[in-house]
Design a protein around this ligand. Structure first.
Ligand SMILES: Cc1ncc(COP(=O)(O)O)c(C=O)c1O
Length: 414
């Protein structure tokens, strides 16, 4: 295996079995999974496994032949979106979905430039990987400008009024910087959970204002729902529904297949048709009958188990517990997020907001693992403790997670 692989823990976990919110290592130790959003409907969900194995035993081909599974999936999926977002194209990964979305934006607008928030992660292809300024591979990024994300705790605009306006202006300035290079805007790509910025909830009206600026410049809005989608943030199925504006293209991934590689671009018929006039697109594995059966089973589970309602309710319970933890420990700078997606911004000193180091976060996640709870870290400085459990997380699970955080933070204090 290549040397680019890295593990979360100095003593890597060898996981051998999963069930619901639980993971088991080779010694039979049980861990509460507070990290893995991909298995949205629970590890080894029996209905998803059944859909997968039944179809795998029957037929697996590709979209050069017709198959009812992929049509049924497209219908079910698009029924979860505003009416105008009625067209689906299936791929295998979030990177592929974003890469295709960018290609579509360029074809449809005739422009080349793109803007993303600073430190955003949208995937790892040549084009999409270039959007992550931390990547060291030189790929040529004159077509890209990054802008300040709406971080109301750490950002330059404080936490006063007009924050939506201030932060939307940051997007406007990025568009201006492209113009100064004679590059017109094709798209803004936005992860509305701002995962790699530590999980942020933008001020009210933010997406509307950014969208106005993007469209006025001739670009389109791509919302990357790989993290924020599939009920993750509570209250809504998709992150963009929190705002009063519909994006032009939505990309999906990770939780869509509960561990099986399936992803999608959802857009308007008009955009998809304009793209098809110029280019054809074939993806060998995208939308195959097995992947389609799996993705449909995930949607069915979300509905049958009322996982949106559950993510909202359990999320509120978790939020209340995290707030108490914030009050108790000095080094908790901020608690940010919603639903079942939270970041705890940990600081060396609350007055300076100097971030805790990545090593300290690694120590904290290791202590949590020793308590039988798996969490991660994220954020511009790697100092945010990341909580993002499967959607089948209960209030009881949340209480266990909160108790483990408290116990770990007590150790950090002493
Ligand atoms: C917001 C977001 N978009 C896209 C991707 C890329 O998805 P994939 O790893 O399936 O290519 C990720 C992966 O972490 C992500 O977090």
């Amino acid at each position: 295996m290549g040397p680019t692989y890295s593990h979360f823990y100095d003593e890597p976990l060898n996981l051998v079995r999963g069930e619901g919110v639980w993971l088991f290592d080779e010694q039979g130790n049980r861990y509460l999974d507070c990290y893995n959003n991909v298995v949205s409907v629970g590890h080894c969900n029996p209905n998803v496994v059944k859909a997968l194995s039944t179809q795998a035993a029957l037929l697996n081909t590709h979209t050069r032949y017709i198959h009812e599974n992929v049509v049924r999936l497209a219908e079910k999926l698009s029924s979860k979106f505003p009416e105008k977002l009625d067209t689906c194209i299936f791929v295998c990964t979030g990177t592929e979905a974003n890469d295709l979305a960018l290609q579509m934006a360029r074809v449809v607008t005739g422009n080349y430039g793109a803007i993303v928030t600073d430190a955003a992660y949208h995937g790892n292809s040549v084009a999409i990987g270039a959007m992550d300024p931390d990547r060291k591979v030189e790929v040529g990024t004159e077509w890209l400008e990054t802008f300040e994300p709406p971080n109301t705790y750490r950002g330059p605009h404080g936490d006063g009024e007009d924050l939506a306006e201030f932060y939307a202006n940051e997007a406007g300035k990025a568009i201006d910087r492209l113009s100064a290079k004679d590059i017109d805007l094709a798209a803004a790509m936005l992860d509305l959970s701002f995962d790699s910025n530590g999980i942020l909830i933008p001020p009210e009206g933010y997406l509307e204002k950014v969208t106005d600026k993007v469209r006025a410049a001739g670009g389109i809005v791509i919302v990357d729902e790989v993290q924020a989608g599939y009920c993750r943030m509570g209250d809504y199925m998709w992150g963009f529904e929190r705002y009063n504006v519909d994006p032009d293209i939505v990309t999906l991934g990770k939780p869509m297949g509960a561990g099986h590689p399936v992803a999608a671009v959802v857009t308007t018929r008009e955009i998809a048709s304009k793209f098809a006039d110029i280019d054809s697109y074939f993806n060998t594995f995208g939308g195959n009958p097995v992947s389609a059966a799996v993705a449909e089973a995930v949607l069915d589970e979300i509905d049958a188990k009322k996982l949106l309602e559950s993510a909202t309710e359990v999320g509120a319970h978790l939020a209340a517990g995290l707030e108490k933890i914030k009050q108790r420990f000095r080094f908790v700078g901020n608690v940010q997020g919603s639903g079942l997606f939270w970041g705890i911004d940990l600081v060396k000193d609350p007055s300076t907001k100097e971030p805790m180091s990545r090593q300290e976060l690694r120590h904290i996640t290791t202590l949590l693992k020793n308590e039988g709870v798996l969490m991660g870290s994220t954020g511009r400085y790697g100092n945010c403790l990341k909580i993002r459990p499967p959607l089948v997380f209960s209030k009881e699970n949340a209480d266990q997670a909160l108790a483990a955080i408290e116990k770990t933070f007590e150790k950090m204090e002493s």
